[in-house]
Design a protein around this ligand. Structure first.
Ligand code: ZN
Length: 162
């Protein structure tokens, strides 16, 4: 099974590149990503988290069907924002409230190479924004107050070293 890279791995900070061709290799990567996400009991996973710098992420939010987003673009985000607790399979055990748009409109391609667009709010809208950030090397801890970030990270590192 693909292993999930963790905070400190410089790959997490890199920008992912557009998938040039939605082919069998991409579909294999996606099915392996689902395995890794399910094993980690996650609700979303970006390809960069398994070390593949492609603009691909997947979601499986409770009550929603599994979703695949290839070469996504965020078309619109609501002005209205709300806080919600987030975690990340690449930063295990660290959870904190992050303020994000309440709803988001996204366009992407599915595994069959067909374009689609979707407006999502609630938990799915949240996960989409979190995963989309990964494609640009952004982690959820970058979106909180810097002082709080520093405090959380020093606690996190202490736990990892223990
Ligand atoms: Zn994440």
């Amino acid at each position: 099974m693909l292993s999930i890279i963790k905070l400190g791995d410089p790959t997490l900070r890199k920008h992912s590149v557009v998938v040039p061709d939605i082919n069998g290799d991409v579909r294999t990567l996606i099915s392996e990503m689902f395995e890794a996400m399910n094993a980690g009991k996650g609700v979303g996973l970006a390809a960069v988290q398994v070390g593949e710098l492609f603009r691909v992420f997947i979601t499986r939010v409770p009550g929603d069907s599994p979703r695949i987003f290839i070469n996504p673009d965020i078309l619109e985000t609501s002005i209205e924002e709300e806080p919600f607790e987030e975690g990340c399979l690449s930063i295990p055990g660290l959870y904190t409230d992050v303020v994000r748009s309440s709803s988001v409109r996204i366009q992407a391609w599915n595994a069959k190479g067909r374009p689609f667009s979707l407006t999502a709010d609630g938990y799915l809208g949240r996960v989409i924004q979190h995963e989309f950030d990964h494609l640009n090397g952004i982690l959820f801890i970058d979106r909180i107050d810097p002082t709080k970030k520093q405090r959380l990270l020093s606690g996190y590192e202490a736990k990892v070293e223990a």
